[in-house]
Design a protein around this ligand. Structure first.
Ligand SMILES: Cc1cc2nc3c(=O)[nH]c(=O)nc-3n(C[C@H](O)[C@H](O)[C@H](O)COP(=O)(O)O)c2cc1C
Length: 324
């Protein structure tokens, strides 16, 4: 009897061992699946604490972790001219600020809110340094910017958006908030938080355009036409000038796209539009006006790409593919 029980226990142990060794990686697979980044990080830089005040209000939302980054060498707090001079010197030497307190694993966050003051009508240099030093990781993230400045000028937020796109090509950039330092209790904060910070970002599909040795990153939006287009990738296209003098190039598509949820567009720099009239994909490097037959399907946020498309006069071959 004892022998039979011992044998059964032995068999059971062996069976369990075999079972757990069958797919040694299976527990990891499900862990990786569940640990898809969902969290939001608020990372901010503040020299005289105005941005810090706004960051504290935003950071009170549930699910947001806040971090204040600092420069290893502090900037003077009372002499803007001296700060501007120090920044200019660094820019001339192609140097960025050395930072401390930057979180190590930015990968675990899906959305990153960045807060910074406006310096010389653009993003404060320490935050530019953070973006430049983490551009690989950040290019796959949703970035939501907010700023404080003495005067809330629309040009400042436009400049900072351009700076973000230049430093982190391909980033999914959301609508920013710029408040004057005298207006930090503004009602606009709550509506901006609801519309941007707490909203789940619309799903975008990362794409790569390759032309010869050039590689440009962008995305397809969530429209039916864009989803159809994604199904045909990778796709080699022959891109040509459309009409002389217009900031657009086009390529005929060997398939039609569904137009269920898009209608008419006024495309701008970097936009990719499907033209339903002549079944083509259009690449814009400037504005042409609003047309009913245009349907926005994506965007390429890369200043190198804009230069390339605008300056390339001969037809060229472009391969569009889904990014990894
Ligand atoms: C070097 C420097 C340049 C600045 N340039 C501008 C500017 O171009 N436009 C503006 O409205 N405010 C400007 N400001 C003011 C700050 O943007 C503003 O005081 C901001 O709220 C400071 O945020 P902080 O307290 O988080 O550092 C500048 C401040 C500094 C230090």
């Amino acid at each position: 009897m004892t022998i039979i029980v011992a044998l059964m226990v032995g068999l059971l142990i062996t069976a369990c061992t075999v079972q757990s060794n069958k797919h040694p990686e299976s527990s990891n697979v499900s862990r990786v699946h569940h640990s898809k980044p969902k969290k939001t990080l608020l990372i901010y830089y503040s020299l005289t604490k105005n941005t810090a005040r706004l960051a504290n209000t935003i950071g009170k939302q549930p699910g947001i972790e806040s971090v204040e980054i600092k420069t290893k060498k502090s900037y003077p707090t009372t002499d803007n001219d001296q700060v501007n001079k120090l920044v200019k010197e660094k820019q001339n030497k192609h140097q960025f600020d050395q930072l401390k307190r930057v979180p190590k694993n930015l990968n675990q966050y899906q959305k990153i809110i960045i807060g910074f003051p406006i310096w010389s009508n653009d993003m404060a240099y320490p935050m530019q340094s953070f973006l430049a030093q983490n551009k690989e990781t950040l290019s796959h993230k949703v970035i939501v910017p907010f700023t404080t400045s003495s005067m809330a000028e629309a040009s400042a937020i436009r400049n900072t958006e351009a700076t973000i796109r230049r430093l982190v090509p391909g980033v999914n950039l959301q609508k920013g908030l710029n408040l004057a330092s005298s207006d930090l209790d503004s009602k606009r904060i709550t509506s901006w938080i609801n519309q941007t910070v707490l909203k789940t970002p619309s799903k975008k599909t990362a794409i790569t355009i390759r032309t010869g040795s050039e590689v440009f990153k962008g995305y397809l939006n969530n429209s039916a036409a864009a989803k159809d287009f994604a199904k045909h990738l990778p796709q080699k296209l022959n891109v040509k000038n459309f009409a002389t003098g217009y900031p657009e190039k086009y390529a005929k598509l060997p398939f039609k796209l569904r137009l269920n949820d898009t209608k008419g567009d006024d495309p701008g720099k970097g936009d990719l539009d499907y033209n339903s009239k002549n079944q083509s994909l259009f690449f814009y490097h400037g504005r042409v006006g609003k047309f009913q037959e245009l349907h926005r399907i994506g965007h390429i946020n890369d200043s190198k790409y804009i230069n390339f498309v605008s300056s390339h006069q001969e037809p060229f071959e472009a391969q569009i593919e889904l990014s990894n």
